[in-house]
Design a protein around this ligand. Sequence first.
Ligand code: PLP
Length: 388
Amino acid sequence: MYRKSYALVNKNILEENIREIKKKYPNYEYYMGVVKNNAYHHGIEVIDSLIKGGINYLAVSSLEEALDIRAINKDIPVLILEPIPIIYIDIVLKNNITLTVESLSYTKELVSKENLKKLKVHLKLDTGMNRLGFKRVDELQEAYILLKDKVFIEGIYTHFATSGRGDIFYKKQLDKLKEFLDSIDVLKIPIRHFDRSITMVSHEKIKESNGVRLGIIMYGFSQSVKVNTEGIKNKLRLWKRKMYIKNGFMMEYTTINDLNLKPAYSLYSTILAVRPVSKDEFVGYNASFKVLEDGYIASIAIGYADGVTKDFKKVVIDGKKLDIVSDSMDMIMVFSKNKLEVGSKVEIIGENRTIREVTRDIKINSYHLFNQISKRVPIIYEEDENEK
Ligand SMILES: Cc1ncc(COP(=O)(O)O)c(C=O)c1O
């Protein structure tokens, strides 16, 4: 690695996170690890650790991603969460990949093909997101009849649009789910997975479910937050929610859990150059930063092409938090009153500059943050760190 900007991922932490989740939420048979977008940018190689921790199914968004998994693991079941063009069914079959069937028209197209007995499909239900999935009960019933002797209906799932932490929409989704589940012989379908990370930790287990799809929680985000109960406005809001729950408009929910999870991801770069600057000099494109006192500018080998911008606000060098004062495609610049050394390590995300702090400063959530870091940033695994 020449450029020395890299993401560092600790696979052992991921494995421990899964063990902890399974210990605290033991009542599922299928723990599906959602590893789309290169395992939320942790690198697809982490699947070994997820499996060691207890993940027994994986989920991705495209056939490409499923084949990336097959290149390194021939056995773990893999579900594609989106429909894929029927012309690729042979590749799906050949690689033992599980297909999502999400509409009646897709079902009809699928069943017109021959030799599908070995094809594993999961039916996707639209309980209110209006993104993918059967929208009407009669369409699900018709599809179920068409499919049941033609393919292996291995699973059924939905994806909730809201978390149900204080919203009335979640209850409507549960009601819709129940309508779907009551309309077919659902317990004959071996894998029933309805929750994602936040809905799993916020509510009682859904009775019919025996699987859960774990995404962000595996990567160390427990979704535990303390609700502010201070002040009249918050008290009023909580009282209103209690009334909604009492009157059956809202589901019971919890926002706090005792999951002991850790993020496994950190991001580092290196100082490329250091120069002294005097008060009233300007720094960066458009002379956008005016130096307020004498000091040093360090140029760091990571920029917006890597997904790191001035909005990250601070980095940590030699244990000190320093302000990012300018950004460009390949570099960010920081100001320091004290001299810095070329080659010094720069922590962009890590123990001293946590993801929570960065997401708060950028005003995005951790999903978007991981997504924002570009593929150009190589991923190094902690056990291989010496090779970097
Ligand atoms: C269909 C589906 N299931 C599960 C997940 C995982 O969600 P989370 O990371 O919130 O657990 C996603 C992520 O976007 C998804 O699209």
